[in-house]
Design a protein. Structure first.
Length: 276
């Protein structure tokens, strides 16, 4: 190992270390505060708690010690700090210390810690941990995805669009599309649980079939989208473009468990000149 540079994290041994760090942070910093900590609103209207800041501080330090060549970008940093980290030449850890803070504050048991390593504008490693169920989802680009160390198989053939369970966040969709989905949905059933990172993972293990969100941040989809794609799923923007892993602007996210299903889902969304 050269001075000032940690080992390559994109291997199974390092992935186990990362999984342990994330699990420990959640056990020590999140669960003791579940249902008992206060919260405050940030400028963008979202909530933040002592658990968010504690996990970010703990994992940021751990990552910098072990892999000093990479910058760390956390959701609870200032935008200036985030932009500076994203410009790192070697790569950047993209951390959401508590995805689903509103659920956490209101004692809804659906939240997670999400961590991805971004290199050359794409995620190469992802970890999403659900401390309520003890489920840790991980992935390495081109090597597969795992749940608690067990390899996730490629997703089987999904049902037809009209039979699908959809994960849809109506809040951030344009009114025309939200209205169409509400009055004449193309799928069989709809859910939205409030932790984007964890919803990506539930899609990856087949607990739903398609998803749609009008405005996710980079830390919402960086790890989870890699986990989905490593099981054979497909993720793009509503326009069909690749998800933007190189900027901080919110992005639409449209995903499905197979290419055919993704095409059918997007075709329905884009019907008409004002499709979305």
């Amino acid at each position: 190992m050269t001075a000032g540079r940690g080992p390559d994290p994109c291997n199974h041994a390092a992935l186990l270390v990362l999984e342990g760090l994330v699990r420990e942070a959640a056990v020590r910093e999140i669960m003791p505060l579940y249902g008992v900590t206060g919260s405050r609103f940030k400028e963008d209207g979202s909530l933040v708690t002592a658990a968010d800041t504690a996990v970010q501080a703990r994992l940021s330090e751990e990552l910098r010690v072990r892999w000093p060549q990479f910058a760390v970008m956390g959701e609870e940093m200032s935008e200036a700090e985030q932009r500076a980290s994203l410009d790192s030449a070697h790569g950047v850890w993209c951390l959401d210390p508590l995805d689903g803070t509103t659920n956490f504050v209101n004692r809804l048991p659906f939240f997670s810690v999400s961590l991805a390593l971004l290199q050359e504008g794409k995620p190469v490693l992802g970890v999403v941990y659900d401390p309520v169920r003890g489920e840790c989802f991980t992935a390495l680009r081109g090597q597969g995805a795992w749940l608690n160390g067990e390899r996730l198989p490629a997703l089987g053939r999904p049902p037809a669009l009209r039979r699908c369970v959809a994960l849809v966040d109506f809040k951030r969709l344009k009114p025309r599309l939200a209205g169409r989905l509400g009055t004449d949905p193309p799928y069989g059933s709809q859910r939205n649980w409030g932790s984007c990172a964890l919803e990506w993972c539930w899609l990856a293990v087949g607990r739903a079939h398609i998803s749609l969100h009008g405005g996710q941040k980079l830390w919402d989809y960086a790890a989870g989208s890699l986990i989905l794609c490593e099981t054979g799923g497909v993720a793009t923007t509503i326009d069909g473009d690749p998800l933007p892993y190189g900027n901080l602007a919110p992005s639409s996210a449209l995903a499905a468990r197979s290419m055919d299903l993704h095409e059918a889902w997007r075709a329905w969304i884009c019907q008409g000149t004002e499709g979305h």
